[in-house]
Write a protein that binds this ligand. Structure first.
Ligand code: FEO
Length: 395
């Protein structure tokens, strides 16, 4: 038995490590990921979530190191999405007598995905199930990240199995956050929150109210490293992110055809520097949109630039903004800029998205024809400075 995977006596990590994963439906997962499944040995044996279908054998091997899978009594599905449910059909072949514990929405989703009439044990929010020495307490957390989501708390162990909440896409042979370090894990948790959870801030706030009433020593998410320390810190981050609170930082994101929009981005960068604002400059030719989202999660001020191509934005900028519209970050300050030859529509299109997101737009956009003159670039720098001063004055 791998002692490293025994999180507490009788509670084992039996998940899969996806070292090669680089694309999680459009999210660049440069560190890979894990799908965390957990095995709880008690009078009843419970498997909490499973792994993506192609890592089934890895999960099965890990279960077999601990117990004969035929002894599993319950498969607890906290979430239907297939990175966690994808191996339920196969594990049921090895654990034919197991019931599938899930929420009402979970049952509907699992039936719809797998077209199987499994022995479902449907639980409501607040229900408990005694499995021997321990109790499983179920709390529904709809939309964190799908309608079916729930988390499971084991009071005797003070463990919260939080599924998608508090996860990070990191492939690692380490199991605990403290073994890798806060800086890396927090960065990946922020990226995960920004790209997966951000639209559901209100629902996260509801879930956090429940979590705050629990005595928690360990948070076991369904991706990445496990929290046995730094729990108040990550809960505080989730609180901040789900309230759409930002830091007085800026991100300038742009693409350029012949260098004019890039020059403008550089001048905005200088203006923000003049104002003393911390910022990031992201060229979409070299930066992935999912990394830009991490910057937007943290930044009060978002400056987006595009030249006009065929009466609209460059496709790369359109891709970012389409993605951003779905993720719906609130309470930002927006600024649109760009260059053009004749039509000049891109800047208006960018501003339209800011309006749809209900962002503040304190400065008029800047749209410059062909190659900017020196005095125009000086003006762009001054606009950057003013925007910087504007956010620094805000609460
Ligand atoms: Fe990791 Fe919503 O699944």
């Amino acid at each position: 038995m791998n002692k490293k995977n025994e999180l507490k006596k009788g509670i084992h990590w039996v998940g899969g490590i996806d070292w090669d994963l680089r694309d999680f439906h459009g999210y660049l997962t440069q560190r890979g990921s894990t799908y965390n499944a957990y095995l709880v040995l008690d009078k009843k044996v419970v498997l909490i979530d499973t792994v993506k279908h192609y890592l089934f054998d890895e999960m099965l091997d890990r279960i077999r190191e601990v117990i004969d899978p035929a002894k599993i009594n319950y498969i607890l599905s906290n979430h239907v999405e297939m990175d966690h449910s994808g191996s339920i059909p196969k594990i049921l072949e090895y654990a034919p007598n197991a019931s599938v514990i899930t929420s009402t929405q979970g049952e509907k989703g699992l039936r719809r995905h797998f077209k199987k009439d499994w022995d479902f044990h449907v639980v409501k929010s607040g229900d408990s199930l005694n499995i021997g020495r321990r109790t499983l307490k179920f709390v529904h957390t709809p939309m964190v990240h799908w309608p079916d989501n729930m988390v499971t708390y084991v009071p005797e162990e003070k463990i919260l199995f939080s599924n998608d909440a508090f996860g990070q896409h990191i492939a690692s042979s380490e199991r605990f956050v403290d073994e890798m370090g806060w800086d890396i894990v927090e960065e990946e948790a922020a990226k995960y929150y920004g790209n997966i959870v951000m639209p559901y801030g209100d629902q996260v706030q509801t879930a956090l109210k429940v979590v705050s009433g629990l005595d928690i020593e360990m948070i076991c998410p369904s991706h990445g490293l496990i929290w046995r320390s730094l729990i108040p810190e990550i809960v505080q981050r989730y609180d901040q992110w789900s309230k759409y609170e930002t830091e007085k930082k800026a991100v300038i994101v742009y693409d350029s055809m012949w260098g004019s929009t890039k020059k403008m981005a550089q001048m905005l960068d200088k203006g923000l520097s003049d104002a003393g604002v911390e910022r990031t400059l992201r060229n979409l030719k070299t930066n992935h949109i999912s990394d830009v989202i991490t910057d937007i999660l943290r930044s009060r001020l978002v400056l987006v630039g595009s030249p006009t191509l065929n009466n609209g934005m460059l496709p790369s900028v359109g891709e970012l903004l389409t993605y951003l519209k779905g993720l719906r970050p609130r309470d930002r300050v927006g600024f649109a800029f760009g260059s053009f030859g004749w039509g000049g529509q891109a800047v208006g299109e960018i501003k339209k998205i800011f309006t749809e997101l209900k962002w503040k737009v304190p400065e008029k956009s800047v749209n410059l024809k062909f190659i900017p003159e020196e005095k125009e670039l000086d003006f762009v720098r001054e606009v950057g400075n003013q925007l910087g001063e504007y956010i620094l004055k805000q609460e």
